[in-house]
Design a protein around this ligand. Structure first.
Ligand code: 13P
Length: 255
């Protein structure tokens, strides 16, 4: 099954709603229209930017999608500060990033919490972008493959094959995030191939269609060789997604 690559920019806690307009407009007006047939583009933005991006995308009929960087595991109620899947869906979000290593590290998100958030996303009709990835210590110990497959198994536990078909996996080795140290194409492909085999086991009929993104210092210079790997189906881009011109080059590499 051919997988359309997905290039998703994860802005993290950058770009307010006014800056967001400038960045998305600059990108959208520079991208040749036929690229949209070859690559899906998504912006994963701060909650406060979503309504603005929705207005822009709908108003200008832009062919980009967008989503949030987190979701509550609860449906509604007395959970001060939380944002529900239903609220995100109502704002036209297609995706939500779940279990990013920064949330696992700074917000004590366990595999169990990640799993509940994946369920919450699917229940709201959002595609979860489930992030997994090992630390440098885990890789040095030679345990990275076991570690990431454990993370994926925990996140997706008990999901039906139909539910799995809506998921996106992002392999983001923690040591490569924001460090300028990218996994080599071979290192990334080895993990992606293993995850593909794992997905086959869990959802044979859909596994070939599930996109597995790479994230971690992907940029305009290294995107093409990473994306050329057979099981790398796109990227989750941090720093290089903040400048429209850089993001555009990565999208062009995918197209
Ligand atoms: P960088 O591209 O800045 O390394 O960040 C990757 C990332 O964490 C995307 O979710």
């Amino acid at each position: 099954m051919a997988r359309t690559p997905l290039i998703a920019g994860n802005w993290k806690m950058n770009l307010d709603h006014v800056e967001a307009i400038g960045s998305v407009q600059k990108f959208a007006f520079s991208l040749p229209k036929d690229y949209y047939e070859k690559v899906d583009v998504a912006y994963m933005v701060p909650f406060t930017d979503i309504r603005t991006i929705q207005t822009l995308v709908e108003g200008d009929k832009l062919q980009v999608t967008y989503g949030a960087q987190d979701i509550s595991k609860h449906e509604s109620g007395a959970f001060t500060g939380e944002v529900s899947g239903k609220m995100l869906a109502k704002l036209g979000c297609s995706y939500v990033v779940i279990g990013h290593s920064e949330r696992r590290e700074h917000h004590a998100e366990t595999d169990a919490v990640v799993h509940l958030k994946v369920k919450a996303a699917l229940a709201a009709g959002l595609a979860p972008i489930v992030c997994v990835g090992e630390s440098s210590e885990t890789r040095a110990a030679g345990e990275h493959l076991a570690f990431v497959t454990r993370q994926v198994a925990a996140a997706l536990e008990g999901l039906s094959a139909e539910e799995l078909a809506h998921a996106v996996i992002a392999y983001e080795p923690v040591w490569a995030i924001g460090t300028g140290k990218t996994a080599t194409p071979d290192q990334a492909q080895a993990v992606h191939a293993l995850l593909r085999a794992q997905l086959h086991h869990a959802a044979s009929e859909h596994a070939a269609g599930i996109r597995i993104l790479y994230g971690g210092s992907m940029n305009a210079a290294n995107a093409a060789e990473l994306l050329a790997q057979p099981d790398i189906d796109g990227g989750l881009i941090g720093g290089a997604a903040l400048k429209a011109a850089d993001f555009l080059k990565i999208v062009a590499a995918a197209a």
